[in-house]
Every structure is written in C-alpha cells, then in structure tokens.
Design a binder for this molecule. Structure first.
Ligand code: FES
Length: 464
C-alpha cells in the first residue's frame, strides 16, 4: 500500500480519541467493506496448525472473506496456493486431504497440478493457443506462507513485511515457551452474531472477570480487586489480608482448577495435578514471600513433571524473568495465545459479515514423542449458547451478542475505554485505521509491535 495515496478515500468513523471507539465501526457496512479491502489482504492470518499437514502431500484449505488458500506440505516444506484452477477458476480443494501422488485435479475439466503447483495435465491441449499453455502461467498462484508457533500463517500481500517483522519481539518471546512443540488437543468453533472486533475485544482485558466470570472472582477476589477494583490494603496486592497463608494458597489453587474446567490449555489438568501435590509444602511466613515461593515451586515442578513425561517443557522459571508473557497475547489481527505454565489456549476469529464472526478455540499442549493424539482436523462446531462449551467461553459468549445489539442503540456513539487497562483495544483500532488509510507497512509493523504485552495495558498514541 502506498502511504498517502490520494486515491484512498477518508476512513469513515476514524478513531480520533483512542479512549473512545465509534460504535459504527462494529456494524457499518461501508466500514466493514473497507476492512475487507484494505486490512485483511495485507495481514498475516493464522491458516492452520502444522500437525494438520504432517506428511508430504497433506493439505488443508483456509478460507476467509471468500479468499481460499490451499496449505500443502511438500518435500521442500509447507507451501500455499490460491485455490483456483488456472483454467476457469474452479476451486481445486475443499476441506482437507492428502494427495502426494495424484496432486490436485480440477473437478470441472480435469486439469491437474502436482503439490508443488506445477501443471501436469491439460485435457485436450491441442485446442488451446500456445500462450494459454505457458507453464509459468499455468502454475498455481503461490500465496505467501510462513511458519511460526506450530502454525502456518498466510498473507495475500507480496509486499507486506515478514511475519516476524510484522509481529515483532512478541513472536520470539512466545516461541521460547515451546509453542512449536505443542499440538492441539481439541478445537471448538462457534458463530457469534457480532462483529469480529467485538468478539476479539472480549479477550483484550481482564477487567471483565469480576462480573463475567464470577466463579474466578469469588475464588480469589483479592486478585481481581487488587488489579481492577479496590486494593486489599497493601498487604500484598494479590492476597486476602484476612486469610492465612494456607487459605491464600488454596484460593490460588482453586483459581487454577476453575480456569482448567473444560478448558485444558487455559490451565492444563496436568499442571493442576502438579500444583495439587504442592498444597502442603513448607512456605515462608511472610504471606507475599510464601505466595511467590509457592508459584515458583509449581512452575519448577511443572517443568520437572513435563520433562519426566518426555515433554520438552522449557525452563518456565527462567523464562518468567527473561521473557515474561501476559495472560493473553494478541497477534494482530485475529489470533490470540493464552500461555499458562505448560500449555496454551489459542483463539482465532474470522469475520463472516459486518455483524457475524467465526470464533475458534484450541487447547494446545505438549505430548511425549510417540504419544501425540491424532491431529484435530475439524473443530467441534456448537451454537454459541451451547451447554457443551466450557464455562469460561460460555460466559464470554453470553455478553458478546448483547454488546453487538447495544452498539446500535440511539445515543450510544462510542465506547468509553479505560486509558490504563483497556489500551489494547484503543491501540489495535489505531492500527486498523492505519491499514484503512494506507499507512506505510513498516510504520504499521512498528505500531503492531507495541501490541505485544499490551493486554491490560495502557493506550498509546501510535502516530498512525
Ligand atoms: Fe478447471 Fe476447467 S475450470 S479444468
């Protein structure tokens, strides 16, 4: 995109004050169309998990906003192709499959390509002009793809900065936590009647925990209150001053259990069991020291237990100092990672229209070599209000459609964000506006770097 392109029309409903996000950005059709034209074709999109294409010839389709891409493993690594027959444009592949020897065959007139994208067969060749049979022209159109964090990311823009240049230091920080070694245990998906940004923003702060996830709040009210509500009196920001050390430890542990309920990677059951074994350890008398010591012991033991099982668990204690990560880390524009001890939850959100989006959740964890479960090829798709969802996403999903409806209300012109802990929302909207008005890619990448670690963080003026 050329910065300052005079052909780029002004962005509607721009973010003038990043503490105030105009409501029409979440439903206006023209705004949505601009996102489809100027944002999505230029960003790195999480296309698939790599265990979904484990062998040469394995492929999977990734589709967003009507643009379909085939991600395929070749003997030279993972490649991606735009999903269109070079004859008359029929999509070559739907879903996922394996085609090492036969390659891709168009269902319309039977033209064929190998997994490297080279055309191998044109039926009735003699009927075509020579220039229509040029091999370079007949090759499947490649799409940029880069591998990171156990996933393939695609980008439709040949001139966009690389994935790592786009995401910045967060990419390196997160991969030290063993992301590459994780595999998906399960994947759920749902369609939410809400703009994709409304869905994403439900995970950009922990301020909602007190009301939306009361079970988490009640297990450890000092933790949420100290961060978002009244302080607990200075004894230790995350401790109840009236509780004994043992009660405080129990509260922290109960929080872990609740996070884990049905959510696996959000706090994996294997880590909960590790922590349970440490509930009675000797601890310092000072409450804060006791809490720090207990968390240190849990992290240390998670590493020991993981390695004893044969997993390549990184040194979590050392990483907490050298490369700390937040409870939620956001990779612009649509992928979240929630690291917790040995494992992760991951979220991906795709727009389906101005007021509808597809929301997917994965549980990611490590397995000993040879004990990996089969790849999760398709999500379990549930209605967003299904009782089969674990409690935490069910609670989040309960707000999102109502928020979408409320945004239309007369008199509701903009959201009012906290400048201190809802900054991630104001910041990524500034970046969206940067894309919509055609800011220089390097400038957009530099601004995007500031989103790493911005969960519960402040609003920045990104100068876009
Ligand atoms: Fe694919 Fe004709 S459209 S072979």
């Amino acid at each position: 995109m050329a910065e300052g392109n005079s052909l780029v029309s002004p962005t509607p409903f721009p973010v003038v004050d990043p503490e105030r996000i105009p409501a029409p950005r979440y439903y206006d059709e023209a705004f949505y169309r601009l996102e489809c034209e100027r944002l999505w074709p230029h960003v790195w999109q999480m296309a698939c998990r790599l265990e979904q294409v484990p062998e040469v010839g394995d492929w999977i389709e990734y589709s967003n906003l009507g643009k379909s891409v085939i991600v395929v493993r070749t003997k030279d690594g993972v490649k991606a192709f735009h999903n269109a027959c070079r004859h008359r444009g029929v999509q070559l592949a739907k879903g996922h499959g394996s085609c090492e020897t036969q390659g891709f065959t168009c269902p319309f007139h039977g033209w064929r390509w190998n997994i490297e994208g080279k055309n191998t067969f044109v039926y009735g060749k003699h009927m075509f002009s020579e220039h229509q049979l040029d091999q370079a022209d007949l090759a499947l159109a490649p799409c940029r793809v880069e591998l990171w964090g156990g996933c393939a990311f695609i980008n439709h823009d040949d001139d966009a900065p690389s994935f790592r240049e786009s995401i910045g230091p967060l990419a390196e920080r997160l991969e030290k936590y063993g992301l590459d070694q994780t595999r998906a245990e399960w994947c759920y998906a749902t369609v939410l009647p809400a703009n994709w940004k409304v869905a994403m923003e439900a995970f950009m702060e922990g301020y909602h925990v007190m009301r939306t996830h009361p079970q988490l709040h009640h297990a450890n009210p000092a933790l949420t209150n100290s961060r978002y509500g009244q302080d607990t009196g200075g004894l230790g920001r995350t401790l109840d001053p009236r509780a004994t050390i043992r009660e405080n430890i129990q509260a922290q542990f109960r929080g872990m259990e609740l996070l884990s309920e049905g959510m696996a990677g959000m706090c994996h059951a294997k880590d909960v069991e590790t922590a349970r074994k440490l509930l009675d350890v000797d601890l310092p008398e000072d409450p804060m020291e006791a809490m720090k010591a207990w968390y240190g012991m849990v992290a240390h033991q998670v590493v020991q237990d993981g390695r004893a099982r044969g997993e390549s668990t990184p040194d979590l204690l050392a990483l907490a100092v050298s490369d700390p990560v937040n409870a939620v880390e956001f990779l612009f524009p649509h992928y979240f990672l929630l690291p917790f001890l040995s494992s992760f939850s991951a979220y991906r959100i795709r727009p389906l229209g101005p007021e509808s989006c597809l929301f997917e959740i994965w549980s990611l964890t490590q397995f000993p070599e040879g004990q990996e479960p089969p790849p999760v090829m398709d999500p379990v798709v549930l209605p967003y209000d299904s009782d089969e969802f674990p409690p935490i996403p069910r609670q989040d999903y309960s707000n999102i459609p109502d928020q979408q409806l409320g945004l239309h209300a007369d008199g509701f012109e903009f959201m009012r964000l906290s400048k201190e802990i809802e900054g991630l929302i104001g910041n990524y909207h500034q970046i969206i506006d940067g894309y919509l008005k055609g800011a220089a890619p390097a400038k957009l990448a530099k601004a995007t770097h500031l989103l790493g670690g911005n969960f519960d963080g402040p609003i920045h003026n990104l100068g876009l």
